[in-house]
Design a protein around this ligand. Structure first.
Ligand SMILES: [Zn+2]
Length: 171
């Protein structure tokens, strides 16, 4: 992974020697450091988690006299469509037909690893209810399933009639 950042480097002209002494060094005006852009290539461990911190020794800001600081990098793994990170947990939205929410049933989902998994939807599941699937999240961690309502694109004649019957029954 390559990225750019800005860091303080020791002044090229005075090598930091003007720090606290003279204001005559033009590039750093006596601070002994200059802000510079730099590009780094970092190796990300294959099983690194969202929020994982990498410490690059000596790659942080330089000080005119002391040791340079460490650079801390916090990894942010982008979740794919329909998934998001929440407090370090991967949450996946699963849309379920209204009848499955009300009566219970099964739905098939695609896990982040690309596996198709069938999960039970208990009777009376509400929109926003969650279930935790162990071992199906990022690098074998837990995956939180959040049920949402699958809205039908267009109602067929018989579906419309069935819904009208439901409405007439008071549901
Ligand atoms: Zn200088």
């Amino acid at each position: 992974m390559r990225f750019s950042h800005r860091r303080m480097r020791r002044c090229e002209k005075c090598k930091g020697s003007s720090f606290g002494r003279s204001r005559r060094c033009a590039p750093c005006s006596g601070t002994g450091v200059q802000t510079k852009g730099s590009t780094l290539t970092v190796k990300v461990p294959p099983n690194a988690d969202h929020g994982h911190q990498l410490r690059l020794k000596g790659m942080g800001h330089e000080h005119p006299e002391g040791e340079p600081g460490d650079l801390l990098i916090t990894l942010r793994l982008d979740a794919q469509e329909g998934r998001r990170w929440e407090d370090g947990r991967l949450v996946q939205e699963v849309s379920v037909p209204v009848t499955t929410l009300l009566l219970g049933g099964k739905v098939r989902i695609s896990t982040p690893a690309g596996k198709r998994v069938q999960i039970d939807v208990p009777e009376g599941t509400r929109i926003g209810d969650r279930r935790r699937l162990q071992g199906h999240g990022h690098s074998g961690g837990p995956l939180d399933i959040e049920f949402t309502l699958a809205e039908p694109e267009e109602l067929s004649e018989s579906q419309r009639r069935a819904l009208e019957n439901l409405r007439d029954s008071g549901l």
